[in-house]
Design a protein around this ligand. Structure first.
Ligand SMILES: NC(=O)c1ccc[n+]([C@@H]2O[C@H](COP(=O)([O-])OP(=O)(O)OC[C@H]3O[C@@H](n4cnc5c(N)ncnc54)[C@H](O)[C@@H]3O)[C@@H](O)[C@H]2O)c1
Length: 253
C-alpha cells in the first residue's frame, strides 16, 4: 500500500488563499487522494476540482460544518466508497478573533472553541477508529504560535486557549493511538498570509510584526503545507506527539 491507495481528509481547505487548500495541493502532488470538508460547499467543490485537475488524483469536496457531529457524519459517509480508505487527517479548519479578554462574550468564546477544538474532535473521533483498524494513520493539527507565546500576533485569549487545547489534544492522542500505527502531530505556524484575519491585520501593525521575524517576511501557505505533507508521509512514522514551529524564527524557544 502506498499513499496513492489512500485518502487524506483536509478540513477547511476551501479558502482560496488558505493553508488548507495549499496543503491539499501539496499532499495530492505527493500522491494522496484528497477529501475536502468546508463550511462553504461551493469552495470545497471548487478546491477538489482544482486539486484533481492539477495533480491527477481523485478528489471530492463536501459541504460540512465541523462543529456539528451529524454534519461531519453525513460528509464522511459521502466519502465511503467514493474514495480509497482514509489514511490521514489534517485538522485545519479554524477561526480566530482579536477580541480582548475584557470584552469577549461567552458566546464568542464558545464559537472559537467549537470550531478549533470541538470541530477537530468531531472529525478525528469519526475517522480514528478506521485508521486504528487498518493499522495506519497520520493526524496533523493546526495549532498556532499564539498557543506557545500567549497571543500577541492577532488572536485574543480565546484563540490562544483553543490553539493550546489542540496541543494537549495532539499529545494525549499520540500516546493513545501510537500502538495502532497512527502518528499525531501539531504544527504551530506564525503569521501566514491568508484571509483568516479578514483583512484586519494590515499597515503599520503588519510591518511591525514582519520586523520581528528573522527570515524577514510573513509565512506563505506553502511553507506550512510542506511541513504537513512531510508529517503525513508513510516514512515519517517515528515522529509523534510533536509540535513543529513554522514561523520564520519569530518565536524561538
Ligand atoms: N493564517 C495564519 O496566520 C495562521 C497562523 C497560525 C495558525 N493558523 C491556523 O491554520 C488554520 C487555517 O488557517 P487559514 O489562515 O488558512 O484560514 P482561512 O480563513 O483562510 O481558512 C479557514 C477555512 O476553514 C473553514 N471553516 C471555518 N469554520 C468551519 C466550520 N465550522 N466547518 C468547516 N469549515 C470551516 C472556512 O470556510 C475556511 O475555508 C486554522 O486552524 C488557523 O487557526 C493560521
Amino acid at each position: 500500500m502506498s499513499v496513492s491507495d489512500k485518502t487524506v481528509v483536509v478540513t477547511g481547505a476551501g479558502s482560496k488563499r488558505g493553508i488548507g487548500r495549499a496543503t491539499a495541493h501539496t499532499l495530492a502532488a505527493a500522491g494522496w487522494n484528497v477529501a475536502i470538508l468546508d463550511l462553504d460547499e461551493a469552495s470545497a467543490k471548487d478546491a477538489a476540482t482544482e486539486v484533481a485537475e492539477r495533480n491527477g488524483v481523485q478528489a471530492v469536496g463536501v459541504g460540512c460544518d465541523i462543529t456539528d457531529e451529524a454534519s461531519v457524519d453525513n460528509a464522511l459517509n459521502v466519502l465511503d466508497g467514493a474514495l480509497p480508505p482514509v489514511g490521514a487527517l489534517v485538522n485545519n479548519a479554524g477561526i480566530t478573533s482579536p477580541t480582548p479578554f475584557l470584552a469577549v462574550s461567552g458566546e464568542e468564546w464558545d464559537r472559537i472553541f467549537a470550531v478549533n477544538v470541538r470541530g477537530a474532535y468531531n472529525v478525528t473521533r469519526r475517522l480514528a477508529p478506521g485508521m486504528a483498524e487498518r493499522g495506519f494513520g497520520r493526524i496533523v493539527f493546526l495549532s498556532s504560535v499564539s498557543a506557545e507565546r500567549g497571543g500577541g500576533v492577532f488572536g485574543g485569549v480565546a484563540y490562544s486557549a483553543a490553539k493550546a487545547a489542540e496541543l494537549g489534544f495532539t499529545r494525549a492522542l499520540a500516546r493513545e493511538l501510537g500502538p495502532h500505527g497512527i502518528t499525531v502531530n501539531a504544527v504551530a505556524p506564525g503569521l501566514i498570509d491568508t484571509d483568516i484575519t479578514g483583512g484586519a491585520l494590515e499597515g503599520d501593525r503588519k510591518a511591525e510584526l514582519v520586523a520581528g521575524i528573522p527570515m524577514g517576511r510573513n509565512g506563505r501557505p506553502a511553507d506550512v503545507a510542506d511541513l504537513i505533507t512531510y508529517l503525513c508521509r508513510e516514512e515519517t512514522g517515528y515522529i509523534t506527539g510533536a509540535t513543529y514551529d513554522v514561523n520564520g524564527g519569530s518565536h524561538i524557544h
